[in-house]
Design a protein around this ligand. Structure first.
Ligand SMILES: [Zn+2]
Length: 159
């Protein structure tokens, strides 16, 4: 299997450190795109994770996203040594890839949007959303977007 099976708030999740490859059966991974994954492997605000629902398969491709400057290379080291705790994830939100069209300029946007359906962080989701620096404007036309977006793929300077 891929990644490091860890528990955050008692919930199992597979954590991928920077540059770790997603080997294995990608057919059992929902929402996985090899090119997008490559862009996220070294992202300073993102770590990739795989989650399962009730059954062990399929695995769902998600990311943990921070906007508070948490040092994710340091977090990688802690995870690899098994020295992390829930506090290391205090600033994180679970997000998933998605596609929208801007209602103002119609530009198609690939986004990472908060996945509010996850059990992980569910109890503190409101606080986490308030503390997070969400993206609120279309990168093309700057119109307001009301979704809970943490990153745009189109903004190459960001991703
Ligand atoms: Zn727009």
């Amino acid at each position: 299997m891929v990644g490091h099976l860890i528990e955050i708030e008692g919930k199992p999740i597979r954590y991928l450190a920077a540059d770790e490859q997603l080997a294995g059966d990608r057919g059992n991974m929902q929402n996985f795109d090899v090119f997008e994954d490559r862009k996220l492997q070294q992202h300073p605000r993102i770590r990739r994770v795989l989650t399962a629902l009730i059954r062990p398969l399929p695995l769902f491709y998600r990311v943990l996203h921070w906007s508070d400057g948490t040092d994710l290379h340091e977090l990688d080291r802690k995870v690899l040594r098994g020295e992390f705790n829930d506090d290391d994830f205090a600033g994180a939100l679970v997000a998933e890839p998605g596609t929208i069209n801007c209602l103002n300029c119609a530009t198609q946007l690939r986004i990472l949007v908060v996945d509010g359906g996850q059990a992980l962080f569910a109890k503190t989701l409101g606080e986490r959303l308030r503390a997070h620096d969400l993206k609120q404007r279309c990168p093309s036309c700057r119109a307001h977007i009301t979704l809970q977006i943490v990153e745009f793929f189109n903004e190459d300077r960001d991703l």
